[in-house]
Write a protein that binds this ligand. Structure first.
Ligand code: URA
Length: 260
């Protein structure tokens, strides 16, 4: 139960800008519990008050949670002048204050949580919380036991002037083989990166979220990343039924697990 201003209630529900909804209220178009209210600053209850605009009920949606399978070519931001953003992909949003939890590079695919819950975002991204992020990665060349050990020990992804060791990460080899063995869509993506023939499909689990971290780690191992997709973040696992570019709301069970 939360008390908020009537104009904020309507603006939160995307019925107009703050000044537009103030106009609606002053014109007498808005009722609260069946009574016309003309003061934008009037406090209403997000759970209990019945708000109508021109006779149409306006329900309040507080926290929103969407699982997006981010496609390539879309930026992890709320606004961008060059590219479409991940928030643009949420076409049926009930709130205008959504943002992505963390960032994936423009050419990275996979799991991205889109929400307006700042507290959950902090809990998932704070380095102190040690939340696992698992990536499916296709890299050029043959990943070895030495690479696994190097990830476990930590890799310096810094510069000569400023070394930067990664925390221990878990590398698991799924398959080593030829590009032609990959599904057709992945073959196309990989072939755009160059002439690779032998590739390794691996899962890398990290608990940090440094800039370009996965790409930098494999670059140091001499195995450039050809395709990167986030599979999970904490308890939240990408729904395999979501094609790149599509999304759905989190289930109650998924949300409960994430909030534990
Ligand atoms: N690491 C990267 O290098 N890129 C991403 O998008 C995510 C993790």
């Amino acid at each position: 139960m939360a008390q908020i201003r009537l104009d904020k209630y309507l603006a939160d529900m995307q019925l107009g800008s703050r000044s537009q909804v103030k106009q609606y209220i002053r014109k007498g178009l808005v009722t609260v519990d069946s009574k016309v209210v003309t003061k934008p600053e009037q406090k209403v209850d997000t759970d209990d008050s019945e708000i109508c605009l021109e006779g149409k009920a306006v329900a309040y949606h507080c926290r929103q949670y969407y699982m997006l399978n981010k496609p390539q070519g879309v930026v992890s931001a709320t606004v961008d002048l060059r590219y479409p953003t991940v928030v643009d992909l949420i076409t049926e949003k009930k709130r205008s204050d959504l943002f992505p939890v963390g960032r994936l590079d423009v050419d990275t695919e996979g799991l991205l949580l889109i929400t307006n819950d700042g507290e959950l975002c902090h809990n998932l991204l704070s380095p102190k919380k040690h939340v696992d992020k698992c990536y499916y990665v296709i890299v050029q060349g043959k990943v070895t036991g030495e690479d696994i050990a190097a990830c476990e020990e930590g890799i310096d992804i810094g510069t000569d002037e400023q070394p930067l060791m990664t925390a221990p990460a878990k590398l698991v080899i799924q398959h080593i083989g030829m590009v032609c063995e990959l599904p057709e869509r992945l073959q196309e993506i990989v072939q755009k990166q160059g002439e690779a023939e032998l590739v390794s499909q691996v899962y890398l689990t990290i608990q940090e979220g440094r800039y370009h971290q996965v790409k930098k780690m494999f670059a140091r191992l001499g195995k450039p990343v050809l395709y990167l997709k986030r599979i999970s973040m904490g308890s939240l696992v990408l729904d395999e039924n979501l094609a790149p570019g599509t999304y759905r709301e989190l289930t109650k069970a998924e949300l409960d697990c994430l909030q534990q």
